[in-house]
Design a protein around this ligand. Structure first.
Ligand code: GDP
Ligand code: ZN
Length: 327
């Protein structure tokens, strides 16, 4: 979309928070609560609706609360009305996005966070036990969106110094994923974690109970509490994406917690391309006897299965691959 000749009146900012109908935009030191122009809504919704179905389009526009054209993390142009409020007139092109499909409105994607630098899957070393399969799902999803991942294993103090059960950490590091080991209880790894978050937009992903709030508070006192307030407000409402917020870090950069991101997944990935989302399998893709037609499940002369047998690809990661293929 081109801005008009009045573009010089527009200001630029980043959307940090949404509530229904309102967008909190940070522009430098200023924080402006904005509304959105009806024209912008229509322009942005039509192109993503199913073009073959007129009724679909009509419904999607009426159902505006669940299909919001502005996401947390978006860079926007807005008109400053100089009374502390503003009107968003344009969403600038997104570098990337984390999206989900709205239940009941197939093909309409709801962008949850835009312009992020990294996805941070968080698991506890114990209580609850880490679910490596779920981590593999998160990582493949991030790969499919072209996003970097930073793995965080926390509550390390619960391990009693027994690191042998963490052979998996080496597996991930060998693939090339950074893994940070932390404990909010002892402060272990917190300096390293802060550095890894500094100056970046990071999206935390992890089930409740893994220690996200404690970690956020350890990174920056008060941060976890603020994020938790938003999560609670979110759980009450039906439209889980409308109350999402991004929190600035004192050291620069920001963090988005993602309550209700169960849908974060592989919804737009073709099964035949799945091996590409496992970086350690990529070198073998295309080298199977059946070339790119190989599903790497049972075929003779499969280069990926050979790599598993030779220990070049972890057996467990391969099993995750098979599970993701099954859906
Ligand atoms: P969230 O639901 O992911 O935000 O998890 P919380 O931060 O609320 O933590 C869940 C539980 O794990 C709480 O009882 C915390 O006290 C505990 N917990 C969090 N971090 C640590 C840690 O580093 N070590 C230990 N031992 N317990 C932790
Ligand atoms: Zn194969």
């Amino acid at each position: 979309m081109h801005t008009s000749t009045h573009a010089s009146h527009y200001l630029r900012g980043i959307v940090y928070k949404k509530t229904i109908g309102n967008y909190v935009v940070h522009a430098g030191e200023r924080v402006i609560t904005c509304a959105i122009s009806p024209r912008l809504r229509k322009e942005l919704i039509y192109p993503i609706a199913d073009p073959g179905s007129l009724s679909h389009i009509v419904r999607s526009v009426r159902d505006i609360k669940t299909v919001d054209p502005v996401a947390v993390g978006d860079e926007v142009s807005f008109i400053d009305t100089l009374d502390g409020s503003g009107l968003i007139v344009e969403v600038l092109p997104r570098r990337n996005r984390l999206a989900r499909v709205n239940p009941g409105t197939k093909k309409i994607e709801q962008v949850v966070v835009a312009n992020l630098d990294q996805v941070v899957p968080i698991f506890a070393a114990a209580q609850p036990e880490p679910k490596w399969n779920l981590l593999d799902r998160y990582l493949a999803s991030a790969e499919s969106l072209g996003l970097a991942s930073l793995i965080c294993i926390t509550k390390l103090d619960l391990l009693d110094g027994d690191m042998c059960q963490f052979a998996e950490v080496e597996t991930y590091r060998n693939i090339g994923y950074p893994v940070i080991l932390t404990s909010a209880a002892t402060g272990l790894g917190m300096d390293e974690f802060r550095v890894a978050l500094q100056g970046r937009v990071s999206v935390f992903i992890g089930k409740s109970g893994v220690g996200k709030t404690s970690l956020l508070n350890a990174i920056q006192p008060g941060l976890g509490l603020r994020v938790n307030e938003v999560s609670q407000a979110t759980e009450k409402g039906k439209h889980t994406t409308t109350n999402l917020a991004m929190f600035p870090l004192d050291a620069g950069g920001s963090v988005v917690d993602t309550p209700g991101m169960r849908e974060f997944g592989l919804w737009d990935v073709n099964k035949d391309d799945l091996a590409q989302l496992f970086p350690e399998m990529r070198p073998w893709v295309g080298n199977c006897r059946f070339g790119l037609d190989c599903t790497h499940t049972h075929e003779p002369g499969c280069a990926i299965r050979r790599a598993v047998e030779n220990g070049q690809v972890s057996q467990r990661r391969y099993l995750s691959y098979l599970r993701l293929r099954e859906g």
